[in-house]
Design a binder for this molecule. Structure first.
Ligand SMILES: [Mg+2]
Ligand SMILES: [Zn+2]
Length: 188
């Protein structure tokens, strides 16, 4: 039977958004992140990270550098008893400078590419799944794939929540990922 997943945005949702993170030393995990992932795992969800990383197209970061950052992040999560099933990233941006990433694509959120790939790789039932993020593009992603959308007020979220996003409404707007995890468990 396919599984339900919680798709997590990375910057501004799991960790502070420092803008084009490209150094392991600049990872600032929010204090509730590991416990939130652990709770979701315990409730039967697989947790998948989906992150736009135009820093690669812009030449601020290599794919190898990003892999190192995700390995470090994953060490911290695993040490705390949490499990992220997979990390998907979009390295593209149409205004980038680094070939072959300087292009439009089907994976930059709110496009569905990363989630569709994960659903196929990991046998995920998207109708029972959730997307948590701090921007309307994350809500748009949830809508594009038929998942439930949770906007958090960390990162850009407090400002985003004040903006009207044309045609988009979140299913919940909550202060942080810890509260989002609780809400998801209660509403699944
Ligand atoms: Mg974000
Ligand atoms: Zn892409």
């Amino acid at each position: 039977m396919s599984r339900a997943a919680v798709f997590l945005d990375r910057d501004g949702t799991m960790i502070e958004d420092v803008g084009y993170l490209n150094r392991i030393d600049d990872i600032r995990m929010f204090p509730w992140t590991v416990e939130a992932i652990r709770s979701l795992n315990r409730a039967g969800f697989i947790v998948v990270v989906v992150t736009n990383q135009s820093a690669i197209a812009r030449g601020y970061l290599t794919e190898k550098g990003l892999a190192e950052i995700h390995a470090e992040l994953d060490d911290v999560i695993t040490s705390g008893g949490g499990k992220v099933a997979a990390y998907y990233y979009c390295p593209h941006h149409p205004e980038g400078t680094v070939a072959p990433f300087a292009t439009s694509c089907g994976c930059r959120k709110p496009a569905a590419g990363m989630v569709e790939r994960a659903a196929a790789d990991l046998d995920i039932d998207l109708t029972r799944s959730f997307v948590v993020g701090d921007k309307w593009v994350d809500v748009g992603l949830a809508r594009a794939v038929g998942a439930t959308a949770v906007l958090v007020r960390t990162g850009y979220g407090a400002d985003e929540a004040k903006l009207a996003a044309p045609g988009l409404t979140a299913d919940a707007i909550l202060d942080d990922l810890g509260l989002a995890a609780n809400w998801i468990i209660l509403n699944s």
